[in-house]
Design a protein around this ligand. Structure first.
Ligand SMILES: [Ca+2]
Ligand SMILES: [Ca+2]
Length: 137
């Protein structure tokens, strides 16, 4: 690798995850091929730094192709702005409106995570109060 990248690896779900996968993160994605037999692959991912070498080990089942690999340039998670409920990149009165409506069961939240101002895992009137306070500063 010469640039930061994310490597995705599909591992045959019929096999136990090999030891060398310990530095990888298992995603919730799977991939199913159309072969015979049909094989489902569990998708693992790993962010790789420049100049790092990715070594893929054996899967303990010689004789069959049981891997898929894909590499894409590393993308940082989009930055989340606390209180930016509608995720338009800024926190303003429209976010209060959206959260207020949602609390009255009349609308949707684009980002429940951004709405959870006090990060207690649920969105409620306390978060609305905090959002209002944040905007009044
Ligand atoms: Ca907003
Ligand atoms: Ca909360």
């Amino acid at each position: 690798m010469t640039e930061p990248a994310t490597v995705f690896l599909g591992v045959d779900s019929r096999l136990a995850a090999p030891e060398w996968l310990s530095g990888w993160t298992k995603t919730t994605d799977t991939f199913t091929d159309s072969g015979d037999p049909v094989v489902t692959y569990e998708i693992w991912r790993r962010d790789v730094a420049p100049e790092e070498t990715v070594t893929i080990g054996m899967n303990g089942n010689s004789g069959t192709v049981n891997f898929l690999a894909a590499v894409k340039p590393y993308e940082a998670e989009p930055e989340r702005i606390a209180g930016d409920v509608d995720t338009n990149g800024k926190c303003d009165v429209l976010d209060i409106v959206m959260l207020q409506k949602w609390l009255h069961c009349a609308g949707t939240l684009t980002s429940a995570e951004a709405a959870d101002m006090n990060a207690d895992g649920c969105v409620d009137v306390f978060d609305l109060a905090l959002l209002k306070r944040a905007l009044l500063r």
